[in-house]
Design a protein around this ligand. Structure first.
Ligand code: HEC
Length: 495
């Protein structure tokens, strides 16, 4: 851009200074042509009139004055006055000279430069003017030169042989200067020289201003382009980011959908497998009941009909068989309950938990299983769920609580709600044997037993049933305890 600016400014400077020079030259030429007009007026009009007047005897033969008859004199003086007027007007004077190598008046003597020009005009007759810009004492000047009128016969009257010139003239100009000229010769050049410093200054100023403007404009354009490209870059980056983000989101969405689909599939498979397993467990348990009943029935019949023929030991075996049958029956019942808790279609009703707990306790009391237990049931416990399944939960938890607290001095079982819990968390607490928290995870598995079967008989299916029911309701069950300090079971029924 710097190079461009330099080139442009050089070009502009060239054009501007040329324009300025041309204008200055036109002015100078005007001055020159005005002078020439005046020369011609004097030569062509005044001279003939003068010579006629002299010939007619109206003017004395010895009269001559350059003040009224020499064009070179008149124009020189006139130019001096013109310069005075210029200076008054605040403008520089313009140098003017009628330069000759054979001057009548010494002020007209040509400098070597002017003499050279004169020779040139004489040699090249078709050359009508000469101009150049030269530095004089470090100042620029425009020089304009023109050949003066060619010397003709009329001129020789005053510029030929001295003795032929008017007497008045001879008297005024002693010596041979301006005499002995020949026709067809150019005997002088008119030179005008005008200072150009002002014009050049103007050109410089103009160029400088223009250049400054150009540079300013250029920088602004560049800066603008820079800003615009920055904005564009940023826009593209942002757009790409948005596209990228969209793509990433799309991918995450696809992955999520895939994952969900797979989880769904697995869940379906698991459900199907569970269902099958439950169906299998149910049918096996169900089918086991008939043969079991047969074993029990026939052992009873054997005992009743032939018991007396058997020895004591034989009868003891029979009783053991029957006790085994009872236990196995209970086990099968529990398994069927567990199975039902999964397979049974659920109802969703508003339940009075306090009343259900009271009824469960009532049932336990009627079978005499409650022992000396003290029951505390918080009134006003309500929940949403399936009445049969929720009752089964309370039966198991309260049953367990009674069972495991039966060995303590003052057994106590409490049913209530954890205050401020949301969703509502219900609890069944006892002050019985409790369990080791290390085995907490095993607690809810089927057939898992933490206690000795002789000490606390049971199938080990109850808590598995509880967990399954609670989970089907969308809730959670958890247990906490310290061995010997009782157990606390908490459960929720849905969110
Ligand atoms: C009536 C006389 C007369 C005639 C005719 C005449 N001149 Fe001159 N000329 C003079 C005088 C006188 C001077 C000197 C004036 C001065 O003091 O500068 C002069 C000066 C000049 C000068 C200035 C140089 C110098 O010698 O001082 C030139 C050039 C010149 N004449 C050219 C011509 C030409 C060309 C003609 C014809 C077209 C012509 N003159 C006709 C009288 C004459």
């Amino acid at each position: 851009m710097g190079l461009g600016a330099v080139l442009v400014s050089a070009l502009v400077y060239g054009v501007v200074s040329r324009y300025v020079n041309e204008r200055a030259e036109a002015n100078i030429r005007n001055v020159m042509l005005t002078h020439r007009g005046l020369h011609r007026y004097i030569q062509e009009n005044m001279h003939p009139t003068f010579f006629k007047a002299q010939a007619d005897g109206q003017v004395g033969l010895d009269f001559y004055s350059p003040i009224i008859f020499s064009s070179s004199y008149i124009v020189r003086v006139m130019h001096g006055l013109y310069n005075e007027e210029r200076v008054k007007d605040g403008r520089p004077p313009i140098y003017y000279k009628m330069a000759s190598d054979n001057p009548r008046n010494p002020v007209n003597r040509a400098t070597p430069y002017e003499a050279q020009l004169l020779r040139r005009f004489n040699e090249q007759r078709d050359l009508k003017e000469f101009r150049e810009v030269t530095d004089i004492d470090g100042e620029p000047f425009l020089v304009h030169a023109m050949p003066f009128l060619e010397t003709g016969q009329a001129c020789l009257r005053c510029h030929g042989k001295r003795e032929k010139a008017p007497i008045g003239l001879q008297n005024l100009y002693p010596g041979e200067g301006g005499f002995n000229e020949h026709a067809g010769v150019i005997r002088a050049v008119e030179i005008i020289r005008a200072p150009l410093s002002k014009e050049r200054y103007a050109a410089l100023l103009l160029t400088g201003g223009l250049l400054g403007g150009l540079v300013g404009l250029g920088s602004l354009t560049l800066f603008n382009r820079h800003l615009r490209s920055k904005v564009q870059e940023r826009t593209i980056a942002l757009e790409m980011e948005i596209v990228e983000r969209g793509r990433a989101e799309q991918q995450v969405r696809i992955l999520n959908q895939d994952l969900e689909r797979r989880v769904d599939e697995r869940t379906q498979q698991l459900k199907a497998a569970n269902h099958e397993l439950d169906a299998f467990a149910y049918s096996v348990s169900h089918d086991l009941r008939a043969p079991l009943r047969a074993i029990d029935g026939f052992s009873q019949a054997l005992d009743e009909d032939y018991g007396e023929t058997l020895q004591v030991e034989g009868r003891d075996y029979l009783h053991r068989i029957r006790r085994g049958c009872t236990r196995m029956g209970d086990l099968i019942e529990d398994l069927l309950t567990l199975s039902r808790s999964t397979r049974r279609p659920m109802e969703n009703l508003s339940l009075d938990l306090s009343r259900i707990a009271q009824e469960v306790i009532q049932e336990l009391r009627s079978t005499g299983a409650d022992g000396r237990t003290e029951f505390v049931v918080q009134p006003g416990l309500v929940a949403q769920g399936d009445p049969v399944l929720v009752r089964s939960v309370l039966q198991n938890l309260i049953g367990n609580a009674v069972k495991f607290s039966s060995k303590v001095e003052t057994p106590r079982v409490e049913v209530g709600m954890v205050s401020g819990s949301h969703p509502a968390a219900f609890f069944v607490r006892d002050n019985g044997a409790g369990f080791d928290m290390a085995y907490r995870d095993k607690l809810f598995g089927a057939f898992q037993r933490l206690h000795d079967a002789e000490e606390f008989p049971g199938s080990g299916i109850g808590l598995a049933t509880v967990q399954r029911i609670v989970q089907r309701h969308g809730g959670h069950v958890q247990a906490s305890s310290q061995p010997g300090e009782g157990a606390l079971f908490t459960f929720t029924l849905g969110a």
